[in-house]
Design a protein around this ligand. Structure first.
Ligand code: R5P
Length: 317
């Protein structure tokens, strides 16, 4: 017997995921006290296999409750506890860029490894650390890939589009998206001078008259995509559309993209957003259904998951 647990603000994804799995869904009951602490209630008895759906956007707000639910779930009977975090925050700080900076990825990963047996996510921002297995040491880490879905969507909506990654780190996603969609691709170079101060150098590829789809793992302030869009349109691109796995789009991000000349914005439903255009539910369901994350899974099983789901990275322990 298995159970999907979710917070009440995750139901847009939780309901179709539970339906795809044929698993019961239980909602974490939450009361927030006036002083900001949370009282959480789970089903009084849990089956051994529990998957908790909790995206880690706005992680500072969510981590304390995540820790409490994980501890509570263990006490209530869960012995194989998987975190399904379609967006995994804190992955970008993977080294100390200046002396004394805390390497957030490492410490968040260690905390998740202490709380969960497995962590499943989608297109995590892994750069200098190569795999989810390294992020959650001693536990199973699974990185599924939405980039091929976005690539196919781009090919369908903009036949013959040139897929462009806005920075070197996006190459991993643009490459698999282009391959899945049979499109050409190119990658820009980025220099970030501040949260909202980004310079993008365009690739050598001739973009004049081309319909371009910018593809990245995450849009936060949108300034990376904005700078790339401006450059592409100045160089004569016929149109610029945007496709991202994780639609954070904080503050004025969407408005700034429109002002820069972006035509359409598409995203996966890893984070619920008006731009959602492709669903990761089948990927998540297949990973859970096939046993990814459960104790006792051998490496052959992980290989099968990799083949079936064409993840961008595949991380056997
Ligand atoms: C970083 O390399 C990521 O892939 C994104 O390009 C970046 O996080 C986007 O941030 P923003 O939207 O704030 O420019």
């Amino acid at each position: 017997m298995s159970l999907l647990l979710a917070f009440d603000d995750e139901l847009t994804l939780a309901r179709p995921l539970a339906a795809a799995l044929g698993w019961p869904l239980a909602v974490v009951e939450r009361h927030v006290f006036p002083d900001g602490e949370s009282r959480l209630r789970l089903p009084a008895a849990l089956p051994p296999r529990v998957a908790l759906l909790r995206g880690l956007q706005r992680p500072n707000e969510r981590l304390a409750e995540l820790m409490l639910v994980a501890g509570g779930a263990r006490e209530l009977g869960a012995t194989e506890l998987t975190l399904v975090a379609p967006y995994l925050g804190y992955m970008r700080q993977d080294i100390a860029f200046t002396p004394g900076e805390v390497v957030s990825q490492r410490h968040l990963g260690r905390a998740l490894a202490a709380w969960f047996d497995a962590v499943i996510t989608v297109d995590p921002h892994l750069h200098r650390v190569a795999s989810m297995a390294e992020v959650v040491p001693g536990r199973r880490g699974v990185a599924l890939g939405a980039a091929p879905l976005l690539g196919r969507l781009a090919a369908e909506r903009v036949p013959g589009a040139l897929l462009v990654g806005p920075d070197a780190e996006s190459e991993q996603w643009v490459t698999v998206a282009a391959e899945a969609a049979g499109l050409e691709h190119a990658v820009c170079l980025k220099q970030r001078h501040g949260d909202r101060d980004v310079a993008v150098a365009l690739p050598a590829a001739d973009v004049a008259g081309r319909a371009v789809v910018l593809l990245d793992d995450v849009a936060s302030t949108g300034r990376t995509l904005q700078a790339a869009t401006r450059g592409l349109l100045e160089r004569g691109a016929a149109s610029v559309d945007v496709a991202v796995t994780h639609a954070l789009f904080v503050g004025d991000a969407l408005a700034e993209l429109r002002t820069a000349g972006v035509r359409h914005v598409w995203s996966s439903d890893c984070i619920a957003h008006e731009s959602n255009a492709v669903s990761v539910v089948p990927l998540l369901a297949a990973a859970l259904r096939d046993g990814a994350g459960w104790a006792g899974w051998g490496q052959a099983g992980w290989g099968q998951v990799s083949q079936d789901l064409t993840p961008s990275r595949h991380d056997p322990l």
